[in-house]
Design a binder for this molecule. Structure first.
Ligand code: ADP
Ligand code: MG
Length: 276
């Protein structure tokens, strides 16, 4: 009796440890078609509201672009979703059932949210193939049996992602030899090796050529469907080329949502961008 009562009083986090269920095994309930629910979210830094009563819903498999002027709170939003920053109030749910605010940054990564930062961080002294191998080994949820020797199935998986990311001809080249764009694709590919359900990508095309931007748009589009993808981006032409639903952030809140044409025709959005 005592023990039962104790169990009922445990928070979800306690349960994870008590029942030895690893965050690796948590599967979000997406039966309503939603992968991410962000509600009434706020966070202040020294009295400045970087996120201010923000609400955001991401459908499973969609490719969403988040745009907004510098300082709008785009990166802070990603920091909160991934457990790097704790909000002052509000909720963040992965599917209907997983309260992300109860988990640490590494746990959230294992639950299935992959994040790509602005600066690529590949292992320069290793080949492209080895980088993907290392990324694969990092996730025990997906590859529990990875031992010293990689299986043919795992090699196939790496080849598949190399093709998708346009890196096949660089397979055995050191990552240090890749162009800036290729490094960005490799890092996205490394994230994908861990099979995240949700991918967060912060300003992927900064510093890219137009041709590289087109290939990046293609890659992100090809990842949507199987994954849900949220892209934070400054470059309007790029966002337009992706042609997905767009959320405009301004002063820590959602200012507008819709297609690129819809949000660009929105007078409030126009004034925010012209006022920059
Ligand atoms: P964006 O990515 O849209 O350009 P950010 O989320 O980086 O905007 O920043 C939103 C605001 O919050 C900015 O004014 C920024 O200076 C501030 N900010 C972000 N992170 C911190 C922090 N850790 N400490 C203090 N201020 C921060
Ligand atoms: Mg930012």
């Amino acid at each position: 009796m005592m023990a039962l009562q104790g169990v009922r009083n445990f928070t979800r986090r306690d349960q994870v440890f008590n029942f030895m269920i690893d965050s690796d095994q948590l599967v979000p309930d997406t039966s309503k078609g939603m992968i991410l629910y962000v509600e009434d979210l706020s966070v202040s830094f020294d009295g400045f509201k970087a996120i201010n009563d923000l609400n955001l819903y991401i459908r499973e498999g969609e490719l969403r672009c988040i745009i907004g002027p510098n300082g709008a709170g785009k990166t802070t939003l990603m920091d909160i979703i991934t457990g790097k920053t704790r909000p002052d109030h509000g909720s963040v749910y992965f599917g209907q059932d997983i309260d992300l605010l109860q988990y640490s940054e590494p746990e959230i990564a294992r639950i299935g949210i992959g994040r790509k930062f602005q600066k690529p961080t590949v292992f320069e002294q290793h080949s492209v193939f080895e980088n993907l191998e290392l990324a694969m080994a990092a996730n025990k949820r997906v590859w529990p049996t990875l031992t010293a020797k990689i299986t043919p199935e795992q090699v196939d998986r790496i080849d598949e992602i190399l093709l998708q990311a346009g890196l096949m001809e660089m397979k055995f080249a050191d990552a240090s030899l890749l162009s800036h764009g290729q490094k960005q694709w490799l890092e996205i590919a490394m994230l994908v090796m861990q099979q995240p359900r949700l991918l967060l990508v912060d300003e992927p095309v900064a510093g890219m050529t137009h041709q590289e931007m087109d290939k990046t748009a293609e890659l992100l589009q090809s990842l949507a469907g199987e994954h849900s993808v949220v892209v934070v981006e400054h470059d309007m032409d790029f966002v337009r080329s992706i042609a997905s639903e767009v959320t405009v952030l301004h002063q820590g809140s959602v200012l507008a949502e819709g297609t690129m044409d819809e949000v660009q025709a929105n007078p409030e959005v126009v004034s925010v961008y012209l006022g920059e």
